[in-house]
Design a protein around this ligand. Structure first.
Ligand SMILES: *Cc1c(COP(=O)(O)O)cnc(C)c1O
Length: 363
């Protein structure tokens, strides 16, 4: 196979390690452990390994396949399953992960049963839904009863803590007040079981602003962080935090130019439907120099979310396997065979790392 094959995703492991170390230190200073979340880059084992080498307490992901791959690669760490498990995967959750997030008694019973069969003790963190309306107990009494049941009856499980997730579905902000609701829940449970819980898991990247601002409620002692480490973009672009001490170019997507021509900017003929059944609109800007690269929606899903490093490039659109660039105003004279580089965001990196067509190389 051709070694110099495009598209290519270049991963700078030193920059990744810098970002991991940086977030770990900031969190440690406030008594917070970091579970390093690797699902954003589809669990690339070399990346997972950097989290382990940096000393993350757990490596976390939403997919068991990624945990298995990391283990097979030789990543030395404990692992956390952060998507509440399917009933059908209970055996593998116990086999592959030391701890999992949970919100259903039927699954907890299955985990307990499997842990017994495998002669293991599996830690569980009960999830509390504080209003984002994805996973977690909504009813506080149900939460308490679940905690008591795990504590007193499910002997192969260890009630390790409670957790929450914010800003994923309902776009709810992880304010100090919201996170204090989680602290109230943990105190309610601790009072009834008569001991302190190990983890109060306060969320993901969306909770990291509390660390940056120094207003995290004191009982929160764990965050599960992916995006703020691997991309470090959302908190800057969406929330206005200064992330300039982080590398935002750990990942570079490279694609090869396969056609360069001057063409009209307005399609010629009767406009009906594009490759995905949309009825597109165009602006006539006259004849422009355009380049096509060998990369398409199959590889990144959202053309408007690709970020060309050459700021004079405009992305016109894409179909499954072609992406069309307006290079009219570029200082560089693009030619067939040139390589164009892009920064990625969370939405595009998950696709790029899942695409079989994108070769991953490490520097
Ligand atoms: C994805 C996920 C995270 C990490 O999210 P980031 O935005 O990458 O920090 C943490 N917890 C849960 C439950 C998740 O699903």
């Amino acid at each position: 196979m051709n070694k110099n094959k495009y598209p290519k995703l270049v991963v700078d492991l030193k920059k990744l390690r810098h970002n991991i170390d940086h977030v770990l230190i900031k969190c440690q200073d406030q008594g917070i452990e970091v579970a390093g979340v690797i699902k954003g880059c589809t669990g690339l084992p070399e990346c997972a390994n950097q989290f382990a080498l940096a000393g993350c307490r757990y490596i976390a992901t939403s997919r068991l396949e990624q945990i298995e791959e990391a283990r097979n690669f030789g990543v030395q760490s404990d692992f956390m399953m952060i998507r509440i498990p399917m009933l059908s995967e209970a055996a593998d959750v116990v086999r592959l992960a030391e701890v999992s997030l949970n919100s259903e008694m039927k699954v907890l019973e299955a985990l307990n049963h499997q842990a017994g069969l495998q002669d293991r003790r599996h830690k569980v963190i009960l999830m509390v839904d504080l209003g984002d309306l994805r996973e977690g107990y909504w009813d506080k009494e149900e939460l308490l009863q679940a905690a008591l049941r795990v504590e007193n009856e499910l002997y192969n499980l260890e009630l390790a803590g409670i957790g929450t997730n914010l800003g994923c579905y309902g776009a709810i902000a992880a304010t100090p007040e919201k996170l204090n609701e989680l602290v109230e829940c943990v105190e309610m449970i601790e009072e009834k079981i008569g001991r302190e819980l190990e983890f109060v898991s306060g969320g993901s990247t969306t909770s990291y602003p509390r660390v940056l601002e120094g207003n995290m409620p004191r009982r929160i002692n764990q965050l599960r962080i992916g995006e703020a480490i691997i991309l470090a973009k959302d908190l800057q672009d969406l929330w206005g935090f200064d992330m300039s001490d982080m590398h935002q170019d750990v990942f570079t997507l490279q694609a090869e130019v396969i056609e360069v021509k001057e063409k009209p900017s307005y399609p010629v003929g009767q406009i009906e439907f594009d490759a995905f059944g949309n009825h597109p609109a165009f602006e006539d800007q006259g004849v422009h120099k355009r380049a096509i690269i060998g990369l398409g929606k199959v590889d990144f899903a959202f053309a408007d979310m690709l970020l060309p490093r050459d700021e004079d490039i405009k992305i016109l659109g894409a179909s499954s396997d072609h992406t069309i660039l307006d290079v009219q105003n570029c200082k560089h004279d693009y030619k067939v065979g040139d390589v164009v580089e892009f920064d990625l965001c969370y939405a595009t990196i998950v696709y790029a790392t899942n695409s079989q067509n994108v070769d991953v190389v490490y520097i």
